[in-house]
Write a protein that binds this ligand. Structure first.
Ligand SMILES: [Zn+2]
Length: 210
């Protein structure tokens, strides 16, 4: 049950449940254990040893996968002896200049720019902290943006959309998926793993300690 902040102590020691807004006084949680919300069971604090290194590795993997997915062929269509290969870059720039320019800019942002930006913001925030250096000058701003961009990273929706439309045109032509499709599938897994590993409370506490 939430109590008035005065009863809980100074505001910097408080933690609010992101799901139901219940307010708690944060305590030091031992590594490997987790603190959950008593009302809705959302995980509030879950410090893990070596998680920082794993998150950095996953962010680097996400960077490589997004850049690779841009340049490798995404799919290949065969029909009556003719074939055509398309990369994501081709798809994103095919509308350039036309009335669908806005659509192509939005799609490129959601599937390429946002995941790329989030990986870079997380590296900027966490690399100094994990290597026991003082936090980067704009670390709090960078981490806040990385959290804000989280709902806008839509690589998985793009991958599912492509799979659905490929099933539909499979009757008309032979469609094969290129390396970029599998890189996107990998990106989805990497993003989920990374979001599960990031203990927001620990990150905030380590970067706001100046
Ligand atoms: Zn809750």
């Amino acid at each position: 049950m939430a109590a008035p902040p005065d009863a809980l102590g100074p505001p910097e020691t408080l933690i609010a449940c992101p799901e139901c807004d219940a307010l708690y006084r944060a305590a030091d949680v031992p590594h490997g254990e987790r603190a959950t919300c008593a009302r809705c069971h959302t995980v509030l604090i879950s410090p893990r040893r070596h998680a920082g290194m794993a998150i950095i590795a996953l962010a680097l993997a996400a960077l490589i996968l997004v850049l690779g997915a841009l340049w490798f062929p995404f799919l290949r269509i065969d029909a009556r002896g003719l074939w055509q290969e398309a990369t994501l870059w081709d798809v994103a720039t095919s509308f350039a200049g036309g009335p669908l320019l806005v659509v192509s800019v939005a799609v490129t942002a959601a599937i390429v720019v946002v995941p790329l930006l989030r990986a870079m913001l997380i590296l900027y925030t966490l690399v100094p902290v994990v290597f026991d250096r003082p936090p980067a000058a704009q670390a709090t701003r960078a981490f806040r943006w990385s959290e804000r961009l989280r709902p806008w990273s839509m690589a998985e929706i793009f991958a599912i959309g492509c799979a659905v439309s490929l099933v539909k045109i499979a009757d008309l032509a032979q469609v094969s998926l290129g390396p970029a499709f599998w890189m996107f599938a990998g990106l989805v897994v990497v993003t989920v793993a990374q979001d599960a590993l990031v203990d927001r409370w620990s990150v905030w506490r380590s970067i706001s300690r100046t």
